[in-house]
Design a binder for this molecule. Structure first.
Ligand code: AMP
Length: 382
Protein backbone atom coordinates (compact mmCIF):
# COMPACT_ATOMS: atom_id res chain seq x y z
CA UNK A 1 0.00 0.00 0.00
CA UNK A 2 1.63 3.31 -1.02
CA UNK A 3 2.45 5.54 1.94
CA UNK A 4 2.15 8.84 0.12
CA UNK A 5 -1.10 10.54 -0.70
CA UNK A 6 -1.68 12.00 -4.13
CA UNK A 7 -1.58 15.46 -2.57
CA UNK A 8 2.09 14.87 -1.62
CA UNK A 9 3.17 14.68 -5.26
CA UNK A 10 3.74 17.32 -7.88
CA UNK A 11 1.65 16.31 -10.88
CA UNK A 12 2.26 19.10 -13.37
CA UNK A 13 3.19 17.74 -16.80
CA UNK A 14 3.58 14.23 -15.37
CA UNK A 15 2.04 11.05 -16.70
CA UNK A 16 0.07 9.25 -14.01
CA UNK A 17 -0.99 5.63 -14.19
CA UNK A 18 -3.83 4.92 -11.77
CA UNK A 19 -5.29 1.58 -10.71
CA UNK A 20 -9.03 1.96 -10.31
CA UNK A 21 -11.74 -0.55 -9.61
CA UNK A 22 -14.07 -0.35 -12.61
CA UNK A 23 -15.32 -3.87 -12.09
CA UNK A 24 -18.90 -2.82 -12.72
CA UNK A 25 -21.91 -4.89 -13.76
CA UNK A 26 -22.64 -4.64 -17.50
CA UNK A 27 -25.71 -6.21 -19.10
CA UNK A 28 -25.88 -8.15 -22.40
CA UNK A 29 -26.34 -4.91 -24.37
CA UNK A 30 -23.16 -3.34 -22.99
CA UNK A 31 -25.16 -1.13 -20.59
CA UNK A 32 -23.64 -0.39 -17.19
CA UNK A 33 -26.28 -1.28 -14.64
CA UNK A 34 -24.53 0.21 -11.59
CA UNK A 35 -21.96 2.98 -12.05
CA UNK A 36 -21.08 3.46 -8.36
CA UNK A 37 -17.48 2.38 -8.73
CA UNK A 38 -16.91 4.67 -11.69
CA UNK A 39 -18.42 7.63 -9.86
CA UNK A 40 -16.32 6.93 -6.77
CA UNK A 41 -13.12 7.30 -8.82
CA UNK A 42 -14.04 10.71 -10.20
CA UNK A 43 -12.70 12.97 -7.40
CA UNK A 44 -9.19 11.53 -7.84
CA UNK A 45 -9.44 11.61 -11.64
CA UNK A 46 -10.50 15.25 -11.61
CA UNK A 47 -7.79 16.20 -9.12
CA UNK A 48 -5.10 14.64 -11.32
CA UNK A 49 -6.31 16.35 -14.48
CA UNK A 50 -6.76 19.70 -12.74
CA UNK A 51 -3.16 19.58 -11.56
CA UNK A 52 -1.81 19.35 -15.07
CA UNK A 53 -1.07 15.65 -15.51
CA UNK A 54 -2.16 13.21 -18.18
CA UNK A 55 -3.89 10.13 -16.86
CA UNK A 56 -3.75 6.46 -17.77
CA UNK A 57 -6.43 4.40 -16.04
CA UNK A 58 -6.24 0.65 -15.57
CA UNK A 59 -8.71 -1.84 -14.11
CA UNK A 60 -9.91 -5.38 -14.31
CA UNK A 61 -13.45 -6.37 -15.22
CA UNK A 62 -14.91 -9.76 -14.35
CA UNK A 63 -12.92 -12.94 -14.63
CA UNK A 64 -11.76 -13.42 -18.20
CA UNK A 65 -9.21 -16.02 -16.99
CA UNK A 66 -6.13 -14.49 -18.56
CA UNK A 67 -7.49 -14.40 -22.12
CA UNK A 68 -8.94 -11.71 -24.36
CA UNK A 69 -12.71 -11.91 -24.28
CA UNK A 70 -14.87 -9.15 -25.82
CA UNK A 71 -17.49 -9.74 -23.16
CA UNK A 72 -15.09 -8.31 -20.58
CA UNK A 73 -13.85 -5.34 -22.59
CA UNK A 74 -13.68 -2.01 -20.75
CA UNK A 75 -14.94 -0.13 -23.84
CA UNK A 76 -18.45 0.51 -22.40
CA UNK A 77 -16.77 1.95 -19.32
CA UNK A 78 -14.68 4.38 -21.39
CA UNK A 79 -17.90 5.66 -23.00
CA UNK A 80 -19.68 5.93 -19.65
CA UNK A 81 -16.76 7.67 -17.94
CA UNK A 82 -16.52 10.08 -20.83
CA UNK A 83 -20.17 11.06 -20.38
CA UNK A 84 -19.74 11.48 -16.61
CA UNK A 85 -16.67 13.68 -17.01
CA UNK A 86 -17.91 15.54 -20.07
CA UNK A 87 -14.64 14.90 -21.89
CA UNK A 88 -13.09 12.33 -24.21
CA UNK A 89 -11.69 9.14 -22.76
CA UNK A 90 -9.43 7.37 -25.20
CA UNK A 91 -9.69 3.56 -25.16
CA UNK A 92 -6.57 1.42 -25.67
CA UNK A 93 -6.78 -1.93 -27.42
CA UNK A 94 -4.67 -3.62 -24.74
CA UNK A 95 -2.92 -2.70 -21.49
CA UNK A 96 0.66 -3.37 -22.61
CA UNK A 97 2.50 -3.45 -25.94
CA UNK A 98 3.95 -1.09 -28.51
CA UNK A 99 0.72 0.54 -29.57
CA UNK A 100 -0.25 1.30 -25.96
CA UNK A 101 3.22 2.69 -25.28
CA UNK A 102 2.93 5.02 -28.27
CA UNK A 103 -0.53 6.23 -27.32
CA UNK A 104 0.53 6.75 -23.70
CA UNK A 105 3.66 8.69 -24.61
CA UNK A 106 1.70 11.07 -26.85
CA UNK A 107 -1.03 11.68 -24.26
CA UNK A 108 -1.28 15.43 -23.60
CA UNK A 109 -1.77 16.96 -20.14
CA UNK A 110 -5.39 16.89 -19.09
CA UNK A 111 -6.22 13.87 -21.29
CA UNK A 112 -7.25 10.36 -20.29
CA UNK A 113 -6.45 6.94 -21.67
CA UNK A 114 -8.22 3.85 -20.37
CA UNK A 115 -6.26 0.61 -20.77
CA UNK A 116 -8.04 -2.59 -21.78
CA UNK A 117 -8.87 -5.19 -19.10
CA UNK A 118 -5.74 -6.10 -17.11
CA UNK A 119 -7.03 -9.63 -16.60
CA UNK A 120 -6.75 -10.38 -20.33
CA UNK A 121 -3.20 -11.21 -19.23
CA UNK A 122 -2.68 -14.04 -16.71
CA UNK A 123 0.30 -12.14 -15.27
CA UNK A 124 -2.07 -9.61 -13.72
CA UNK A 125 -3.31 -12.08 -11.13
CA UNK A 126 -0.08 -14.11 -11.07
CA UNK A 127 2.79 -11.63 -11.14
CA UNK A 128 5.35 -14.45 -10.81
CA UNK A 129 4.41 -15.81 -14.24
CA UNK A 130 6.19 -12.84 -15.77
CA UNK A 131 7.41 -9.87 -13.74
CA UNK A 132 7.92 -7.99 -17.03
CA UNK A 133 4.15 -7.40 -17.15
CA UNK A 134 4.15 -5.06 -14.14
CA UNK A 135 7.30 -3.42 -15.50
CA UNK A 136 5.60 -2.75 -18.85
CA UNK A 137 2.63 -1.14 -17.09
CA UNK A 138 5.02 0.92 -14.97
CA UNK A 139 6.95 2.08 -18.04
CA UNK A 140 3.86 3.95 -19.26
CA UNK A 141 4.00 6.63 -16.54
CA UNK A 142 6.03 8.73 -14.09
CA UNK A 143 3.68 8.37 -11.14
CA UNK A 144 1.61 5.46 -9.84
CA UNK A 145 -1.63 6.00 -7.96
CA UNK A 146 -3.72 3.28 -6.40
CA UNK A 147 -7.36 4.15 -5.81
CA UNK A 148 -8.74 0.63 -6.18
CA UNK A 149 -9.66 -0.05 -2.60
CA UNK A 150 -11.66 -3.15 -3.50
CA UNK A 151 -8.61 -4.94 -4.86
CA UNK A 152 -5.87 -3.34 -2.78
CA UNK A 153 -5.44 -6.42 -0.60
CA UNK A 154 -4.52 -8.59 -3.58
CA UNK A 155 -0.92 -9.06 -4.58
CA UNK A 156 -1.58 -8.51 -8.26
CA UNK A 157 0.74 -6.88 -10.81
CA UNK A 158 -1.26 -3.64 -10.99
CA UNK A 159 -1.97 -3.34 -7.26
CA UNK A 160 1.27 -4.58 -5.71
CA UNK A 161 4.22 -5.48 -7.99
CA UNK A 162 4.02 -2.26 -9.98
CA UNK A 163 4.59 -0.04 -6.92
CA UNK A 164 8.24 -1.06 -6.63
CA UNK A 165 8.96 0.75 -9.91
CA UNK A 166 7.87 4.01 -8.31
CA UNK A 167 9.92 4.15 -5.09
CA UNK A 168 9.20 7.85 -4.56
CA UNK A 169 6.19 8.32 -6.79
CA UNK A 170 3.56 5.84 -5.61
CA UNK A 171 0.54 7.29 -3.87
CA UNK A 172 -2.98 6.49 -2.79
CA UNK A 173 -5.96 8.31 -4.25
CA UNK A 174 -8.82 9.94 -2.36
CA UNK A 175 -11.09 6.91 -2.35
CA UNK A 176 -8.37 4.76 -0.83
CA UNK A 177 -7.55 7.44 1.73
CA UNK A 178 -11.18 7.78 2.74
CA UNK A 179 -11.59 4.02 3.14
CA UNK A 180 -8.34 3.71 5.10
CA UNK A 181 -9.39 6.49 7.43
CA UNK A 182 -12.70 4.74 7.93
CA UNK A 183 -10.87 1.52 8.72
CA UNK A 184 -8.58 3.19 11.26
CA UNK A 185 -11.55 4.91 12.77
CA UNK A 186 -13.35 1.59 13.14
CA UNK A 187 -10.40 0.08 14.95
CA UNK A 188 -9.46 3.08 17.06
CA UNK A 189 -13.01 4.19 17.86
CA UNK A 190 -14.75 0.84 17.80
CA UNK A 191 -18.32 0.11 18.70
CA UNK A 192 -17.96 -1.99 21.87
CA UNK A 193 -17.47 -4.75 22.77
CA UNK A 194 -14.40 -4.83 20.57
CA UNK A 195 -12.56 -8.14 20.29
CA UNK A 196 -9.19 -8.88 18.70
CA UNK A 197 -8.37 -12.37 17.48
CA UNK A 198 -4.69 -12.77 16.78
CA UNK A 199 -3.05 -15.84 15.31
CA UNK A 200 -0.29 -16.77 12.90
CA UNK A 201 3.33 -17.25 13.75
CA UNK A 202 5.06 -13.88 13.85
CA UNK A 203 4.78 -12.82 17.47
CA UNK A 204 7.45 -10.14 17.05
CA UNK A 205 5.65 -8.17 14.40
CA UNK A 206 2.17 -8.65 15.87
CA UNK A 207 2.94 -7.76 19.44
CA UNK A 208 2.81 -4.14 18.26
CA UNK A 209 -0.83 -4.69 17.32
CA UNK A 210 -1.50 -6.12 20.78
CA UNK A 211 0.07 -3.16 22.49
CA UNK A 212 -1.64 -0.53 20.39
CA UNK A 213 -5.01 -2.16 20.94
CA UNK A 214 -4.79 -2.88 24.65
CA UNK A 215 -6.62 0.29 25.68
CA UNK A 216 -9.36 -0.26 23.08
CA UNK A 217 -9.99 -3.99 23.16
CA UNK A 218 -12.48 -5.73 25.47
CA UNK A 219 -10.95 -9.19 25.01
CA UNK A 220 -8.05 -10.79 23.15
CA UNK A 221 -8.25 -14.27 21.62
CA UNK A 222 -4.78 -15.60 20.89
CA UNK A 223 -4.48 -18.68 18.70
CA UNK A 224 -2.18 -20.12 16.05
CA UNK A 225 1.56 -20.54 16.54
CA UNK A 226 1.49 -17.33 18.54
CA UNK A 227 -0.26 -18.98 21.48
CA UNK A 228 2.72 -21.16 22.42
CA UNK A 229 5.02 -18.21 23.15
CA UNK A 230 2.34 -16.99 25.53
CA UNK A 231 1.96 -20.43 27.13
CA UNK A 232 5.72 -20.56 27.63
CA UNK A 233 5.61 -17.09 29.18
CA UNK A 234 3.06 -18.55 31.62
CA UNK A 235 5.41 -21.42 32.45
CA UNK A 236 3.44 -24.14 30.61
CA UNK A 237 5.12 -26.96 28.71
CA UNK A 238 4.77 -26.59 24.94
CA UNK A 239 6.74 -29.58 23.62
CA UNK A 240 8.32 -28.67 20.30
CA UNK A 241 5.63 -26.14 19.36
CA UNK A 242 6.73 -23.03 17.52
CA UNK A 243 7.95 -20.42 20.02
CA UNK A 244 9.62 -17.06 19.69
CA UNK A 245 12.03 -17.18 22.63
CA UNK A 246 13.02 -13.55 22.19
CA UNK A 247 9.42 -12.50 22.70
CA UNK A 248 8.71 -14.42 25.91
CA UNK A 249 9.40 -11.42 28.12
CA UNK A 250 7.33 -9.15 25.91
CA UNK A 251 4.48 -11.68 25.93
CA UNK A 252 4.72 -11.94 29.68
CA UNK A 253 4.60 -8.18 30.17
CA UNK A 254 1.64 -7.97 27.79
CA UNK A 255 -0.22 -10.56 29.88
CA UNK A 256 0.44 -8.65 33.11
CA UNK A 257 -0.55 -5.40 31.48
CA UNK A 258 -3.82 -6.89 30.21
CA UNK A 259 -4.46 -8.39 33.65
CA UNK A 260 -3.90 -5.03 35.34
CA UNK A 261 -6.29 -3.33 32.94
CA UNK A 262 -8.85 -6.08 33.40
CA UNK A 263 -8.78 -7.10 29.73
CA UNK A 264 -9.34 -10.87 29.33
CA UNK A 265 -6.82 -12.73 27.19
CA UNK A 266 -8.19 -16.05 25.96
CA UNK A 267 -5.66 -18.67 24.95
CA UNK A 268 -6.77 -22.02 23.45
CA UNK A 269 -8.10 -24.40 26.12
CA UNK A 270 -7.23 -27.35 23.90
CA UNK A 271 -4.89 -27.87 20.97
CA UNK A 272 -4.51 -30.29 18.11
CA UNK A 273 -0.93 -31.49 18.43
CA UNK A 274 1.18 -33.53 15.99
CA UNK A 275 4.40 -35.46 16.34
CA UNK A 276 5.82 -33.83 13.23
CA UNK A 277 5.22 -30.78 11.07
CA UNK A 278 3.56 -32.82 8.33
CA UNK A 279 -0.04 -33.25 7.25
CA UNK A 280 0.22 -37.03 7.65
CA UNK A 281 1.87 -36.88 11.09
CA UNK A 282 0.18 -38.59 14.04
CA UNK A 283 -2.09 -36.10 15.74
CA UNK A 284 -4.42 -35.84 18.70
CA UNK A 285 -6.18 -33.19 20.78
CA UNK A 286 -4.87 -32.32 24.23
CA UNK A 287 -6.12 -29.98 26.92
CA UNK A 288 -3.92 -26.94 27.42
CA UNK A 289 -3.95 -27.28 31.22
CA UNK A 290 -2.08 -30.58 30.81
CA UNK A 291 0.61 -28.91 28.68
CA UNK A 292 2.10 -30.37 25.50
CA UNK A 293 4.43 -33.34 25.85
CA UNK A 294 7.97 -33.46 24.50
CA UNK A 295 8.04 -34.57 20.88
CA UNK A 296 4.63 -33.03 20.11
CA UNK A 297 3.76 -29.63 18.70
CA UNK A 298 0.62 -27.50 18.58
CA UNK A 299 -0.82 -27.31 15.05
CA UNK A 300 -4.36 -25.98 15.54
CA UNK A 301 -6.83 -24.90 18.20
CA UNK A 302 -9.02 -27.77 19.42
CA UNK A 303 -12.79 -28.38 19.25
CA UNK A 304 -13.42 -27.17 22.81
CA UNK A 305 -11.68 -23.88 22.05
CA UNK A 306 -13.64 -23.46 18.84
CA UNK A 307 -16.88 -24.07 20.70
CA UNK A 308 -16.04 -21.66 23.52
CA UNK A 309 -14.70 -18.88 21.28
CA UNK A 310 -17.65 -19.14 18.91
CA UNK A 311 -19.91 -18.49 21.84
CA UNK A 312 -17.89 -15.59 23.25
CA UNK A 313 -17.47 -13.92 19.86
CA UNK A 314 -21.23 -13.65 19.44
CA UNK A 315 -21.26 -10.71 21.87
CA UNK A 316 -18.74 -8.69 19.83
CA UNK A 317 -19.86 -5.55 18.01
CA UNK A 318 -16.49 -4.95 16.36
CA UNK A 319 -14.08 -7.82 15.73
CA UNK A 320 -10.58 -7.60 14.32
CA UNK A 321 -8.95 -10.83 13.15
CA UNK A 322 -5.35 -11.16 12.08
CA UNK A 323 -3.61 -14.50 11.51
CA UNK A 324 -4.68 -18.14 11.19
CA UNK A 325 -5.54 -20.30 14.19
CA UNK A 326 -3.31 -23.14 13.02
CA UNK A 327 -1.28 -24.52 10.17
CA UNK A 328 -4.26 -24.08 7.87
CA UNK A 329 -2.21 -24.81 4.74
CA UNK A 330 -2.53 -28.47 5.79
CA UNK A 331 -6.20 -29.49 5.55
CA UNK A 332 -6.06 -31.58 8.67
CA UNK A 333 -5.00 -28.53 10.75
CA UNK A 334 -7.27 -25.98 9.06
CA UNK A 335 -10.38 -26.63 11.13
CA UNK A 336 -9.80 -23.88 13.73
CA UNK A 337 -9.04 -21.19 11.15
CA UNK A 338 -12.01 -22.12 9.00
CA UNK A 339 -14.33 -22.31 12.00
CA UNK A 340 -13.34 -18.80 13.10
CA UNK A 341 -13.74 -17.51 9.54
CA UNK A 342 -17.23 -19.01 9.27
CA UNK A 343 -18.23 -17.75 12.71
CA UNK A 344 -17.19 -14.19 11.92
CA UNK A 345 -18.85 -14.36 8.51
CA UNK A 346 -22.13 -15.19 10.21
CA UNK A 347 -22.07 -12.27 12.67
CA UNK A 348 -23.70 -8.90 12.23
CA UNK A 349 -20.76 -7.21 14.01
CA UNK A 350 -18.30 -5.04 12.08
CA UNK A 351 -15.65 -7.56 11.12
CA UNK A 352 -12.21 -6.53 9.99
CA UNK A 353 -9.84 -9.11 8.61
CA UNK A 354 -6.16 -8.25 8.35
CA UNK A 355 -3.12 -10.26 7.30
CA UNK A 356 -2.59 -12.17 4.10
CA UNK A 357 -3.13 -15.62 5.58
CA UNK A 358 -6.48 -14.88 7.17
CA UNK A 359 -7.49 -13.29 3.89
CA UNK A 360 -6.41 -16.36 1.97
CA UNK A 361 -8.41 -18.55 4.38
CA UNK A 362 -11.60 -16.63 3.75
CA UNK A 363 -10.93 -16.63 0.00
CA UNK A 364 -10.64 -20.41 0.12
CA UNK A 365 -14.06 -20.53 1.75
CA UNK A 366 -15.50 -17.98 -0.70
CA UNK A 367 -16.50 -15.80 2.23
CA UNK A 368 -14.94 -12.59 0.96
CA UNK A 369 -18.24 -10.76 0.76
CA UNK A 370 -19.27 -11.63 4.31
CA UNK A 371 -16.91 -9.27 6.15
CA UNK A 372 -17.05 -5.52 6.65
CA UNK A 373 -13.40 -5.05 5.70
CA UNK A 374 -10.79 -7.39 4.33
CA UNK A 375 -7.29 -6.05 4.18
CA UNK A 376 -3.61 -6.74 4.19
CA UNK A 377 -3.11 -3.11 4.93
CA UNK A 378 -6.63 -1.97 4.50
CA UNK A 379 -8.61 -3.31 1.55
CA UNK A 380 -12.29 -4.01 1.34
CA UNK A 381 -13.24 -6.97 -0.77
CA UNK A 382 -15.85 -6.41 -3.37
P1 AMP B 1 1.57 -14.85 10.15
O1 AMP B 1 2.32 -14.42 8.92
O2 AMP B 1 2.20 -14.40 11.41
O3 AMP B 1 0.10 -14.50 10.05
O4 AMP B 1 1.66 -16.45 10.18
C1 AMP B 1 0.99 -17.24 9.27
C2 AMP B 1 1.56 -18.62 9.35
O5 AMP B 1 1.45 -19.09 10.66
C3 AMP B 1 0.85 -19.60 8.46
O6 AMP B 1 1.72 -20.02 7.45
C4 AMP B 1 0.53 -20.76 9.42
O7 AMP B 1 0.82 -22.04 8.88
C5 AMP B 1 1.45 -20.48 10.57
N1 AMP B 1 0.96 -21.10 11.80
C6 AMP B 1 -0.25 -20.98 12.37
N2 AMP B 1 -0.35 -21.77 13.45
C7 AMP B 1 0.82 -22.41 13.57
C8 AMP B 1 1.32 -23.37 14.48
N3 AMP B 1 0.57 -23.82 15.50
N4 AMP B 1 2.58 -23.82 14.29
C9 AMP B 1 3.33 -23.37 13.27
N5 AMP B 1 2.91 -22.46 12.37
C10 AMP B 1 1.67 -21.99 12.52
Amino acid sequence: MPKLSIEDLSLKDKRVIMRVDFNTPIDGNGKITDNTRIRLAIPTIEYILKHGASLILMSHLGRPKGEKDKKYSLKPIAIHLSSLLGKDVEMANDCIGKEVEETASSLASGNILLLENLRFHPEEENPDLNPEFAKSLASLADIYVNDAFGTAHRKHSSTYTIAKYFPKAAATGFLMKKELNFLLDTIFNPVKPFYAIIGGAKVGSKIKIFKSLITKVDAFFIGGGMAYTFYKAMGKSIGKSICDNEMIKVASSFLSDAHEKGVPVYLPIDNVVANDFRSDADHKTVLSEKGIDDGWQGMDIGEKTIHLWKDKLKAGKTIYWNGPMGVFEMDVFAKGTFAIAKTLAGLTATTIIGGGDSVSAINTLNLEGSFSHVSTGGGRVS
